[in-house]
Design a protein around this ligand. Structure first.
Ligand SMILES: *Cc1c(COP(=O)(O)O)cnc(C)c1O
Length: 384
């Protein structure tokens, strides 16, 4: 590693005024303390309370969807988003191999089959052109359903994931889903505050999932939400995430196997405070992109990933793309040893033990990106 990399590490530490810079930290002020205190004082910290309803309403407004249903985490949101979109046991679900494991796990919880497809270098997310060519090669339409020629299983849904906040090409995907009878379920866990052609990510499909884990752009401690524009789907999602209990003042009757996935009021209180700041967080992350652009100018063979065309990204995690003259692990060792926390992209799903026998297309871009991507500290930058 050369001097330029040492300078780069030092400049990041100066920027954050820290000897060790974490990858992503939550940002709080008095608002969070006030709301959480109010919640604790009220006694309503658990499964009932005003903050859950308020958080759901404000989230729906923020993302421009009809309804939001708050749940315990993003993985649970994905599980239910897939279920209420109609995914059943033995259905196949197209998804990127280049994602966090929650996307694939959620399909497995429904006894469905993740079917891994490749991503685009322009978006880091599902490549619609490659997807359509692949569909034409391996599947056919029969009675309004897409069938995998080889396995004879129904391919029911597509789950694009907006990697590090960068929107995939949603127009093309929406069109593919319509023509091939596929349900579009967006994994928008990383893309709160990201827009495609002026419309918020997570509002394009039948359903979408958000995450409010501690490392995401905003946090509820742990939490997630299902988004939808369909009232019936929203009502059903609410119902099965609250144990499928028939509303009654004192009686307990449940008419199917539901889940206890509801977000506690205490977490929703934190969420109401954080949601007010997503816009400023996003603009500071976009400034951080400009700052990093300047810092890497002198380093050969390194690019900073820029938001795709037609989109406005939240830049949740800043992303370096290194060329093949570098060894990814050497750079990761160097940065982490020198006080700059950084990480590689996830090990692709098709290389993980639980998923290695799942159906998959050519994944050459996925494998290239695995060697190239390094995420660097991305906490909203504090000025002066
Ligand atoms: C964070 C994340 C999730 C959900 O994670 P939880 O920790 O369960 O909230 C799902 N998919 C992706 C791509 C994520 O980054």
């Amino acid at each position: 590693m050369n001097e330029q990399w040492m300078t780069f590490a030092n400049e990041i530490k100066n920027l954050y005024e820290k000897d060790f810079v974490p990858l992503h930290e939550p940002t709080f002020d008095e608002t969070e303390i006030d709301y959480v205190t109010d919640c604790v004082r009220s006694g309503w910290v658990s499964s009932v309370g005003k903050y859950v309803d308020r958080f759901e309403q404000e989230l729906a407004i923020f993302t421009g969807v009809k309804r939001a249903v708050a749940v315990v985490n993003g993985t649970a949101a994905l599980h239910i988003a897939l279920k209420v979109a109609g995914v059943q046991a033995n259905d196949e679900v197209f998804m990127p191999s280049l994602t966090f494991i929650a996307t694939a796990n959620a399909a497995m919880y429904l006894q469905a089959i993740p079917h891994f497809v490749d991503v685009s270098e322009q978006t880091l997310g599902l490549d619609p052109l490659k997807l359509e060519a692949y569909i034409n090669e391996i599947a056919y339409i029969q009675d309004g359903q897409l069938i995998n020629r080889k396995t004879k299983r129904i391919i029911k849904a597509v789950v694009p994931m907006h990697t590090f906040g960068h929107p995939v090409e949603l127009d093309s995907l929406v069109d593919i889903c319509r023509r091939y009878h596929l349900a579009l379920v967006e994994d928008a866990a990383e893309s709160l505050g990201s827009y495609y052609k002026g419309k918020h990510t997570g509002s394009f499909g039948i359903t979408a999932a958000l995450s409010f884990n501690g490392n995401k752009i905003m946090t509820t401690g742990g939490g997630g939400a299902i988004l939808t524009n369909d009232d019936k789907i929203a009502d059903y999602a609410k119902y099965i995430t609250t144990t499928a209990k028939i509303p009654h003042r004192w009686d307990y009757e449940h008419d199917e196997v539901g889940y206890n996935y509801r977000m506690p009021n205490l977490n929703a209180a934190l969420g109401c405070a954080q949601l007010q700041k997503v816009k400023p967080f996003v603009s500071r992350k976009r400034e951080l992109y400009e700052i990093y652009s300047g810092l890497i100018e002198n380093i050969k063979g390194v690019k900073l990933f820029k938001e795709p065309i037609n989109s406005s990204s939240n830049y949740w995690l800043q992303t370096l793309l290194i060329d093949d003259t570098y060894n990814r692990d050497e750079i990761l060792d160097f940065l982490n040893e020198n006080g700059v926390m950084s990480r590689p992209i996830w090990t692709p799903m098709h290389e993980l033990n639980p998923f290695k026998d799942m159906p998959q297309s050519d994944l050459s871009v996925t494998m290239q990106l695995k060697r190239k991507v390094i995420n660097i500290p991305s906490t909203p930058f504090k000025k002066g």
